[in-house]
Design a protein around this ligand. Structure first.
Ligand code: ZN
Length: 159
């Protein structure tokens, strides 16, 4: 099983992690201004409204950027590893690691969230999620549309 640092929980995100443990992703949604946000907090960061609900999100988005770490910062996450930032279809930025080869990544690439089981350094199991390219076979989604450029690395054999 994959070793990872256990998520640090704050006063406001227990509900977030309960949904992750169930294989879902829910984000806070403001009833006053229709804003959806992350990380969790006591009030809407856009209007300061305190009337909000947890709502399920699609778990799909587009790749904005990525970085590959070549230094190990956590014993449970040995280098090298790649971290991506994606904008969900709801407009929220989420950072996770990915198993994708960084040479295959490109800006605006369709991505999907994939839940997986991990253990921390004490052996305690927990559920995490990470962004993976939408055409990753293990994700079980239809292949992404090929952008048809000479730089396309979305679909092997495309070039
Ligand atoms: Zn609001």
């Amino acid at each position: 099983m994959t070793m990872r640092p256990a998520p640090r929980r704050s006063l406001f995100d227990d509900t977030f992690w309960w949904h992750v443990a169930d294989g879902q992703l829910h984000l806070q949604h403001c009833s006053q201004c229709d804003n959806t946000w992350y990380p969790p907090g006591p009030a809407c960061p856009q209007c300061a409204g305190e009337t909000w609900t947890w709502q399920p999100v699609a778990g799909t988005g587009a790749l904005l950027s990525w970085v590959t770490f070549h230094k190990t910062y956590f014993p449970t996450m040995p280098a090298p590893y790649t971290v991506v930032t994606c904008r969900t279809d709801e407009g929220v930025l989420l950072l996770t690691d990915t198993t994708a080869d960084p040479a295959t990544l490109h800006i605006d690439m369709p991505m999907v969230l994939q839940h997986y089981q991990a253990v921390d350094d004490t052996g305690t199991p927990f559920t995490l999620y990470r962004w993976e390219p939408a055409d990753t076979p293990s994700v079980g989604r239809a292949p992404a549309h090929c952008p048809g450029t000479t730089h396309c690395r979305v679909n092997p054999g495309c070039r």
